[in-house]
Design a protein around this ligand. Structure first.
Ligand code: XUL
Ligand code: CO
Length: 439
């Protein structure tokens, strides 16, 4: 196998003064922070689909980027060339994980039998590369949104036959995730949603999605999958309304159908913002529910209303992300998967590396700054103090469920009705963040 990215060597950490575009300025993989290496805090993963498959096609124009890697597209030779390219790419960047959809790694065949045979063949090859390099699988998933049969979703489809084809696909995807030792299995409800209520039975669709997930958990556990199942919330696109709208909605769904013991959430930055939240909000909601599973690392564009999947460059956002992750104690089976793609006009192999270097450095800097915010302590201290009226007296009784409306009404008689809560001091807190970010 010959080298694919010939003019690019191993990407090294050179420090923030470096002007070498093919070097890390902040990501120093082995630097120890809070007793763990940077690479362990961040557990970066390469997304097979954007990096090795997407060629910059958009609805107005053809691809701009050649991802043939020297093979004829649509063949198993091409599938293998993508494996070669992917492992060379990850090795050069020091990325230790990858994530994939079943249909990213092979061209889908006309029969399930042949598709599965191709999956067996390619995963044998991937496994060889994993053994050679030590690179691991973070998570896998089934693409149940591209093929026309999934026009109405997979679990949410109106066709029992399509539902069965989806089940067959998840079964095989679980087989290969287990074969590759994947730590997670993702359900992104690509088309699990609806366009109009005029033709939609929401109750039936949601119950069917839950039973597909339940059967998947049963099968996964039966074949020895010990990792986490993840739901990846997204409010819209491609559907007008998607059932896994945001973290809160997905958690409610998982609890309603008793799936919350096996599932956690895979939070994607650009999906949270499409739902009208900050990235940090959906991370916090997942964390306080014990369900922060993994992260799809990217960023959107505030001026656009769709999923732009850009490489993260916003240090404020990555700082707040790592702040949540550190406070939560990390992600057991998760990591930071770059569900990010180069802009269509950044079409050269070097751009693939620049994208990852940007994303990895932005998260490394976010990690460093999040640690500084935590060590500084002023924000934590402020929040603690802000709620301190619940630490004793009547406040404590409220927290502990030791009171009732009658007692509180009696207590309220002695409170000055003009009382105000303490100042929220948002501007003071924002300037603390700035002083740490730009120190
Ligand atoms: C789509 C998206 C997916 C999932 C995996 O918006 O994020 O790529 O991450 O299916
Ligand atoms: Co994603």
């Amino acid at each position: 196998m010959s080298e694919i990215f010939k003019n690019i060597g191993k990407i090294k950490y050179e420090g923030k003064e470096s002007k070498n575009p093919l070097a890390f300025k902040y990501y120093d993989a082995d630097r120890v922070i809070y007793g763990k290496k940077m690479k362990e805090h961040l557990s970066f993963a390469m997304a097979w689909w954007h990096n090795l498959c997407a060629e910059g096609v958009d609805i107005f124009g053809a691809g701009t980027t050649d991802k043939s890697f020297g093979a004829n597209k649509g063949t198993m030779m091409h599938a293998k060339a993508k494996v070669d390219a992917g492992f060379e790419f990850m090795s050069k960047l020091g990325i230790e994980y990858f994530c994939f959809h079943d249909m990213d790694i092979i061209p889908e065949a006309d029969t399930i039998e042949e598709t599965n045979k191709r999956l067996d063949e390619i995963t044998d090859y991937i496994k060889e590369k994993m053994d050679e390099t030590g690179i691991k699988c973070l998570w896998g998933t089934a693409n149940m949104f591209s093929n026309p049969r999934f026009m109405n979703g997979a679990g949410s489809t109106n066709s029992a036959d399509v539902f069965c084809l989806a089940a067959a696909q998840v079964k095989k995807a679980l087989d290969i995730v287990v074969k590759l030792g994947g730590k997670g299995y993702v359900f992104w409800g690509g088309r699990e949603g609806y366009e109009t209520l005029l033709n939609t039975d929401i109750k039936l669709e949601q119950e069917n999605i839950a039973s597909l997930m339940k059967m998947s958990v049963e099968y996964g556990r039966k074949i020895g999958f010990e990792g986490d199942f993840f739901i990846e919330p997204k409010p819209k696109e491609p559907m007008k309304h998607q059932y896994d709208f945001d973290a809160s909605t997905a958690i409610g769904f998982l609890k309603q159908y008793n799936l919350d013991k096996d599932f956690k959430l895979n939070i994607e930055a650009n999906h949270a913002t499409l739902a009208g939240h900050t990235f940090q909000h959906d991370l916090r909601i997942s964390a306080i529910n014990g369900m922060l599973g993994s992260i799809d690392a990217n960023q959107g564009d505030n001026l656009l209303g769709w999923d732009t999947d850009q490489f993260p460059s916003n240090v404020y956002e990555t700082t707040m992300c790592m702040y949540e992750v550190l406070k939560y104690g990390g992600m057991k089976n998760g990591g930071l998967n770059f569900d990010s793609k180069n802009r269509r006009a950044s079409y050269t192999p070097e751009d693939m590396f620049y994208g990852y270097i940007l994303g990895m450095d932005t998260f490394a800097l976010g990690l460093i700054k999040a640690v500084e915010l935590i060590e500084d302590g002023r924000i934590d201290e402020f929040v603690k103090e802000r709620y301190s009226s619940f630490n004793e007296g009547i406040g404590k009784k409220i927290r502990e469920g030791q009171t009732n409306l009658e007692e509180l009404a009696e207590y309220a008689k002695n409170i000055d009705s003009k009382v105000l809560p303490s100042s929220a001091r948002q501007e003071y807190l924002e300037s603390i963040v700035n002083s740490i970010l730009f120190s």
